[in-house]
Design a protein around this ligand. Structure first.
Ligand SMILES: *Cc1c(COP(=O)(O)O)cnc(C)c1O
Ligand code: SF4
Length: 334
């Protein structure tokens, strides 16, 4: 537990925190006391995909430890600059399922809206690291086109707000979008895929929670934590606000070499999630996106991890191990 005095000491609005992201490798190295010989490569890798991290997330990293599992997720490395041949910039062929800017419709009954191009953190393994966000950060007109698309297809019962990070939009924009979706009768469920409850827990403000609560839709929030060390008291507090209004809380993780490719770590993550009221949902195998090959876990090791988790944990704490196969009509179980 973080003592109460320290918590109140640090209170800043989430917008303020978002405007103060760490974006410079030099600042990261200094702050976390990292080996300066890695800095030139970090600068180079950050040119291809910028460094971004919140102070809140950095506070959970052990200074001076280059192997820290949280640091590994954000630290630009020289290894990102070369990729094996079977890696590509758009491994999921999302551009083919992008009928309207900001909208991806790949699976039956549900449609994914890229509600914001921005993230509060840049995860080095992100499969959308080369996604053309600039062309997909929706304007009001794009929103109208996306909403028209949803209105015109009565088979769409669920709208997934994704990104980037959908919670990076202002409360006002969020409230507007929610009102539009509420008014489409065949939409019954709202799902939000966001890493902000982890990396910027202050985003889950009482004001935002009240807006969410006002919607008639069933609400599911899928957070994204990869390691139990990410789940501190501030995350717990944010999630409690959501549980209190009946939001179903799920977690997705990515299986990452050097971060969580260990059944003991993943079992701890599941237990810790449950203690925060969150069930594990997906454990994704890495998508083969350029720059992320150093996070790949071989299939035989992934299989052994899955078996070990099934032995260690009750079934409801075992995340579904899946991979994305371009063109498939759902995630593909592994
Ligand atoms: C993962 C994903 C979904 C959601 O899939 P579920 O199996 O329902 O969680 C929807 N649309 C796209 C494009 C996705 O990548
Ligand atoms: S928060 Fe999600 S979308 Fe954003 S960089 Fe990380 S993995 Fe990618």
């Amino acid at each position: 537990m973080i003592p109460r005095t320290i918590q109140t000491w640090h209170i800043k609005s989430w917008q303020e925190e978002l405007s103060q992201l760490v974006r410079s490798p030099a600042e990261l190295f200094e702050r976390l006391n990292l080996d300066p010989s890695l800095l030139p490569a970090a600068n180079k890798a950050a040119e291809a995909f910028p460094l971004r991290a919140t102070h809140s997330y950095l506070a959970r990293i052990t200074p001076g430890d280059p192997q820290d599992p949280l640091l590994r997720q954000i630290l630009p490395l020289g290894a990102e600059l070369t990729s094996p041949e079977d890696y590509s910039r758009d491994p999921l062929h999302e551009r083919e399922a992008n009928p309207v800017p900001g909208l991806v419709h790949k699976y039956a009954g549900r449609v994914l809206l890229v509600a914001s191009g921005a993230c509060a953190i840049n995860c080095r393994y992100c499969f959308r690291r080369h996604f053309p966000y600039a062309a997909n950060t929706p304007s009001r007109e794009d929103w109208q086109a996306a909403l028209d698309y949803i209105r015109a297809d009565p088979s769409l019962e669920e709208v997934i707000l994704s990104g980037g990070d959908p919670l990076a939009v202002s409360d006002k924009q969020f409230a507007w979008l929610l009102q539009q979706l509420d008014a489409i009768p065949h939409v019954t469920r709202l799902r939000i895929h966001s890493r902000l409850p982890i990396v910027l827990p202050s985003r889950i403000s009482p004001e935002w929670v009240a807006i969410l609560r006002s919607s008639r839709l069933e609400k599911v929030l899928v957070i994204h934590a990869n390691h139990p060390q990410e789940l501190d008291a501030s995350v717990h507090e944010a999630l409690q606000r959501l549980a209190a209004i009946g939001v179903l809380l799920l977690n997705q993780s990515v299986l990452l070499a050097g971060v969580n490719d260990d059944p003991a770590v993943l079992a701890d993550l599941s237990r810790r999630l449950l203690s925060l009221g969150v069930l594990p949902y997906y454990l994704h195998l890495l998508d083969k996106v350029d720059g992320a090959a150093h996070f790949a876990v071989p299939d035989d090791k992934a299989e052994a991890i899955k078996q070990a988790l099934m032995q260690k944990l009750p079934g409801y704490l075992v995340p579904r191990m899946v991979r994305e196969v371009a063109g498939a009509s759902s995630k593909t179980p592994f």
